[in-house]
Design a protein around this ligand. Structure first.
Ligand SMILES: [Zn+2]
Length: 369
């Protein structure tokens, strides 16, 4: 797989030794083949529906997990119609499966038998599920504060869970130190095939809306894999003239730790690391600085997107509001509901809006209601 660094434009062939660019940047695909609707596998209702459109090196029949083709539900929130993309209905209970499924297929094709990842929980659970299905080993470094439900889920799949005290960054550093011969870093933050897997969400939404783009697409954002995957995916559709306009991409973070929000408000072109003001219920977005920082800001700017920061009280209320509509998602996922409320006044009432519900509520720590 030919890859490129968005930070320094270095280009090379992806290899296990060089899991990131020498400048520290993350790899992304060096180029993407033009989107061709005739290549959609119409009988396949999983991410592999788009298997002939993904620029990854998988030379055997893909091992399927039943990932993808999640429901897109039309629903009224207060007085407006929106669409909910139920990404939490994936085998491991989160949107991470899209990227992880493509990444693990590629890594196994490269001969990998053991994978390492750091995760606040969902990416680790997804990787552990795939390791079980593919018959390989997994070692997952989690921040010690990660919900016990997620840590338990990872263990049940048979992976090793290593809790690391301190901030999220400490788990990342521990995982990276453990990478070595025979142990591949299967990182949702750095791996380019993971990013390609997340592009399938854009193609699905486009098909599910009758081959149209939404006007607004709202995500919780930490590293931004799904956010950037959708940006790349919709750009592919736009470049082929299959959509007339790009959707506005909206990133939602927690007030307690909101690096993208602060950089966006100050109109910066890079994202300085921030310290957490305190713990957040939205543990999935508690990172001090995303790896693909410049790309995230570029995607927001080029799509005339928005960034919202949500308080702990608003997160609690949003989780309950979604539950009262019948959707039990974890607090991180509930960010999108609160984010939608914050920017609703800027949205035309005829616009199509998609909220991505990324993680199952059963994974979070129980809150009192
Ligand atoms: Zn670089």
């Amino acid at each position: 797989m030919r890859v490129r660094c968005a930070e320094c434009c270095n280009e090379t062939e992806f290899s296990l030794d060089l899991w990131r660019c020498t400048c520290g940047g993350a790899w992304e695909p060096a180029s993407l083949s033009p989107f061709d609707p005739d290549k959609i596998r119409m009988q396949d209702y999983s991410i592999w529906r788009y298997g002939d459109l993904l620029d990854v090196d998988i030379h055997t029949e893909e091992i399927q997990m039943g990932v993808g083709w999640t429901p897109l539900v039309r629903i009224a929130i207060n007085d407006r119609i929106v669409h909910l993309k139920l990404e939490y209905l994936s085998p491991s209970g989160s949107f991470k499966d899209r990227g992880v499924n493509v990444m693990v297929n590629q890594l196994v094709n490269m001969g990998v038998r053991m994978v390492i990842e750091d995760s606040s929980g969902n990416a680790g659970a997804s990787l552990a599920a795939h390791a079980a299905r593919f018959g390989i080993e997994a070692e997952i470094y989690v921040p010690a504060y990660a919900s016990l439900a997620k840590q338990h889920q990872i263990k049940v799949y048979g992976a090793d869970v290593i809790p690391i005290p301190g901030q999220r960054k400490a788990a990342e550093e521990a995982a990276q130190r453990a990478v070595g011969p025979g142990k591949a870093y299967a990182s949702h933050a750095y791996n380019p095939a993971y990013l390609v897997g997340q592009m399938t969400a854009a193609y699905e939404i486009w098909e599910q809306l009758g081959r149209k783009a939404p006007n607004w697409l709202i995500f919780p954002v930490a590293q931004g894999g799904l956010f950037l995957g959708c940006w790349f995916g919709f750009r592919q559709l736009y470049e082929k003239g299959l959509i007339l306009e790009m959707p506005h991409l909206v990133a939602v973070q927690a007030v307690q730790i909101a690096p993208i929000y602060h950089a966006w408000v100050k109109e910066l072109t890079n994202i300085p690391a921030v310290e957490a003001d305190g713990p957040t219920l939205a543990e999935g977005v508690a990172i001090s600085k995303p790896v693909r920082a410049k790309r995230l800001l570029q995607a927001i700017k080029e799509t005339d997107g928005r960034v919202a920061a949500i308080s702990e009280d608003e997160i609690r209320q949003a989780q309950i509001a979604l539950a009262h509509l019948g959707y039990y998602v974890e607090p991180t996922s509930a960010l999108v509901y609160a984010g939608y409320q914050k920017i609703k006044s800027e949205i035309d009432e005829n616009d199509t809006v998609v909220l991505t519900l990324t993680g199952n509520g059963l994974k979070g720590s129980p809150q009192s209601v």
